[in-house]
Ligand binder design. Structure first.
Ligand code: RIB
Ligand code: CA
Length: 311
């Protein structure tokens, strides 16, 4: 009997690891991708929107609509990561421009419509700042009940990568993240505690790149950020965003714990920190997220290679 497909939506700020996440998303037959939305993050919105469009076309899925989202965070000043993702957001590796129709509908409206149509079954995968998600939840009071769950790449139960306290996606829009964590929607948090255990070395990236032209693009796009990562003690590329895309279908690759999570929005030193009660005897009066803490790296890489080999 045909397995029912999993309806998913991807919100993203491509972004080099976002690009690999998208390649995996479209290689997974079990996913019914209802839409992709772009948000300002790694680079500005015009570039993340164009990148998302071009990547969807590059992966052979121009049938999937791509929507423009927020051009800036809810309150704080915008923050980009050119030092990792390059000027064009894809490691300065060019992609052919998509000739798919340019969607004008804002991401938050399109996401709500897809969630309503999916009748509570939509899994939202968010791998950039959570601005679009917060705006959608704020505009549509029933959205929280229409989303089955939100799988995010973001946060950390321990250290940060944008500051010593905060992970980049959360740090880019802490107020939006706080809204999402308080929304009541079940959250799976693929944070740094797990994703920094997924570093693919330069040699492993090269091996991946030999699979086919699609994998070679992903390997080439990763080169720009490698030098920055190596200068900061990480000899390779962490598969941050790919983990969030894989989690819904391959949860057995990961392990974590239910926790209460709240986002610091008033701190100066701790602004954007996801405060969890995982390692505290003082617990929050709620459990709102499944926080990923570990991953089977060998099986993760095997799954990534198997999926990319489908292109
Ligand atoms: O901290 C890693 C996250 O920040 C990833 O989503 C990466 O794409 C950047 O957006
Ligand atoms: Ca991202």
């Amino acid at each position: 009997m045909l397995e029912k497909k999993i309806p998913v939506w991807l919100d993203t700020d491509p972004g080099v690891d976002d690009a690999m996440a998208m390649a995996l998303l479209f290689a997974i037959d079990a996913y019914d991708v209802k839409g992709v939305s772009a948000v300002a993050g790694n680079v500005e919105l015009p570039k993340t929107f164009q990148n998302a469009r071009d990547l969807v076309a590059f992966f052979g899925r121009k049938d999937v609509p791509v929507y423009p989202g927020a051009a800036r965070p809810l309150f704080r000043e915008p923050r980009t990561c050119y030092f990792i993702h390059g000027q064009n957001g894809l490691g300065d590796v060019p992609l052919p421009a998509s000739d798919a129709p340019v969607e004008k509908k804002p991401a938050w409206d399109a996401l709500y419509e897809a969630a309503k149509a999916a009748e509570g079954e939509l899994t939202l995968i968010a791998v950039g700042p959570l601005t679009n998600v917060a705006l959608a939840l704020g505009k549509y009071g029933t959205l929280g009940k229409l989303l089955k769950r939100i799988v995010i790449m973001g946060g950390s139960a321990t250290y940060g990568n944008a500051t010593p306290a905060a992970e980049a996606n959360i740090f880019c829009d802490p107020e939006a993240a706080s809204t999402v964590f308080q929304s009541g929607v079940p959250i799976v948090m693929c944070g740094l505690d797990m994703t920094l255990k997924t570093v693919m070395s330069p040699a492993e990236l090269d091996e991946m790149g030999r699979l086919n032209p699609t994998a070679k693009f992903l390997r080439d796009a990763a080169q720009h950020g490698l030098s920055y990562s190596q200068a900061h003690g990480i000899d390779g590329m962490a598969l941050h965003d790919p983990t969030a895309v894989l989690y819904p279908l391959y949860p057995e690759l990961f392990s974590g714990e239910e926790a209460g999570v709240a986002v610091e929005t008033k701190g100066t030193i701790t602004y954007g920190k996801t405060v969890t009660d995982l390692f505290s005897d003082k617990q929050f009066p709620f459990k709102n997220a499944l926080v990923m803490l570990d991953v089977n790296k060998a099986k993760l890489f095997e799954t990534v290679r198997e999926l990319l080999a489908r292109y």
